[in-house]
Design a protein around this ligand. Sequence first.
Ligand code: GLA
Length: 490
Amino acid sequence: MIEVKDLAKALQGGGKLLDSVEQFLSSSYCGSSDLRYQRARYSAALARFSEAFPDAKKVMIARTPGRVNLIGEHTDYNGLPVLPIAICRDVVIIFSPRKDRRVNLVNTSIWFPPRSFDISGRIRPYAAGNWGNYAKASAQIMQEVSRKALIGMDACICGDIPFGSGLSSSSALVVAVATALAQVNNMALEKRDMAELLARGERYVGTEGGGMDQAISLLAEPKKALKIDFFPLNVSPVSVPEDYSFVVCNSLIAAEKSGAARDEYNRRVVECRLGVALLDHVLTDRARTARNLTMLAGLKNMSVERQMTAIDQLPDKPVSIKEAAKIIGIPLGKFRETLLNLRGGEVVKEPRSGFKVKQRVRHVLSEGKRVEQAVRALESGNITRFGELMNQSHESCARDYEISTPEVDALVDICLDSGAVGARLTGAGFGGSVIALVQDNAVPDFVSSVVEQYYHQYLPKERKDTPVSIVCLEDAIFPCKPCSGVGTLP
Ligand code: GLA
């Protein structure tokens, strides 16, 4: 642990901790973020910590980054790969152990009021949408895997990942709180195990997410994208072109994981489950090759042509669970339960118009193939091909998976028109951000063009309810290079 006064001095540029703090900051932000800004930010967080917890004399720090996914959307929970990078926007947590089981949290942002709760075997969630639920999710799962009763902590959170922008601010918070709790309780967990654990733990908030966000926040490497495979979790670093940036452009249409997007997200999970059940039936009956399919990933070694032949046999129209049970020839009751009940305890409502299975499966399987192709394109330095794959991915996300919005589609078009080699929505969708691949020396012109066309013209005209005028444009559109994963001090 480090003395609060020594840390304060080092952040101001002096004292005995200066070297280790400088080293922590430069390795964390890989030279792609202004360290003066980071020092000021950490100082503000430390000041807020000391104001809230004046008796704590020693602290620790952890930082956990947000992410952009370059390609591979909604593939993770189907067991197919993703290709994200960590960004230099992160959650910083300054914390100090307590003797009891209480977790006291303050936040440097006025949007997130203080929260306090006790760690127990069964922590009751706050109402949906409360930011404290992400901390409770971490505490709950960490307690589940620990043999002893965990002690709590006093902590200050300071995040600069724009909220609701599809850049995984919530998973970064989950990882930050879990990392801090692991530290104060001396829990030695491998990062990979922690990633799998927290993917499960975050379901506490009611979204049946895959494991991409937690894995990249923990395991990211500077200058590399990570190809992440699931079940079991496995990561392989992939170099990205050094003279290109990934420019994040926030559509400013909020995609809150705990809000309306949650139901849409969970419905996609159920549609994929239905796809698995129907494909298993189709393939077992006709080709007798893929019996006991448990995930769409079970088809990943099939050629594109064979995958398409299988998809062709799925019903064209949306299907109800009743219709699916009839096609497969199994009793309805148990089938409905296994399909609609999520692991976090939520039950997905069946839409009246049925589940759009065929097009969802088409997206997931083709997206899985695109990730493999994108990795090959990067490895062979074929940037144009990589850009094309990003564009195809967007098309498939928008048309087949229906996770885009008119604003996000317009923003993608504007990005391409402004000189991006490729552009697509990133993250869960239903709003959130677009990621555009742009050559470094073209970034300033690209940014001016998108600012003019999207933030000054399109958005104020099309969405009068979006407060573009009070948005800080530097938080809405910014270039990124791959950053490091979780970091701790000391
Ligand atoms: C969210 C989830 C991830 C992943 C993406 C979509 O970010 O948390 O697990 O499913 O959506 O690719």
